[in-house]
Design a protein around this ligand. Sequence first.
Ligand code: ATP
Ligand code: MG
Length: 287
Amino acid sequence: MKALPPESRDPVCGMDLSGSTDFVEAKVAGGHFYFCSEPCAKRFKTDPERFQGEPMIHLHDVWKVFHDGGVVTEVLRGINVHIWDGDFTVIIGASGSGKSTLLNMIGLLDKPTSGILNLDGKDITATTDDERTVLRSEKFGFVFQQYNLIPWLTAYDNVTLPMIFSETRDGMRREVLERHFGDIGLGERMDHRPTELSGGEQQRVALLRALANDPEIIIGDEPTGNLDSVTGDKILDMLITLNKTEKKTLIIVTHDADIALKADQVITLRDGKTIPGHLRHTKTYTD
Ligand SMILES: Nc1ncnc2c1ncn2[C@@H]1O[C@H](COP(=O)(O)OP(=O)(O)OP(=O)(O)O)[C@@H](O)[C@H]1O
Ligand SMILES: [Mg+2]
């Protein structure tokens, strides 16, 4: 079987196919395209124009190497990934495979050791810390496994905190927020402190905080990991509803294969690399 030339990339997921002999070839609208797997090819055919454009987030040969007292750990080893505007992407992989490291990179919480990370076509690795802080607060909302609520602030003050750091300060106003607290069943508990709330209630507050600046991109690192399954499902449903109805780009790290079934794209990490066929587990593209 022929090997693909250098610089060959799967246009959908971004995987580097240079020199690969294990790929899928498809002829679409008179052009020849190469994919890591059948699911990517199928997805491309649903909207070829979209997938020939520029993805919202584009990682190109991203490496992350930690140096710890003489020990060198290569955590991400040449990641090539596309994340498309409005998609729900799930990152899965064994513990220690680099999921949180990759998510932190995408959310501009950390910088690659080498490689390129484009956000809306702009190379983020060439920006200053201050520029990234502004971008982060304007574009991203974060939900972590640990709720990271500030214990001495009320639920309401925790939620409005990100607005203080936002340049635009056009976050939600009190009456809007009151409605949202009502929507998540915490209308009466807005002025309570985290210690007076259950784990599930705290996670819902953390979710509202993530949405306070009306971010385009919502990032969750095991956002339901500490919750019972009923509460976890509720939080997840809220996130997926935001993705579907408000077209928020949603990127979630999880160990839960069921969540991956609901995603548009699944990035599977193994030993700091992505593995082909990472869309295989998705509902729409199951073959
Ligand atoms: N600051 C650091 N210094 C050195 N090693 C690190 C650092 N941060 C992470 N690592 C290592 O990088 C590897 C990947 O870590 P990461 O947190 O990304 O994994 P993960 O896939 O999110 O795992 P989990 O599912 O357990 O959360 C681990 O071996 C971890 O010990
Ligand atoms: Mg992790």
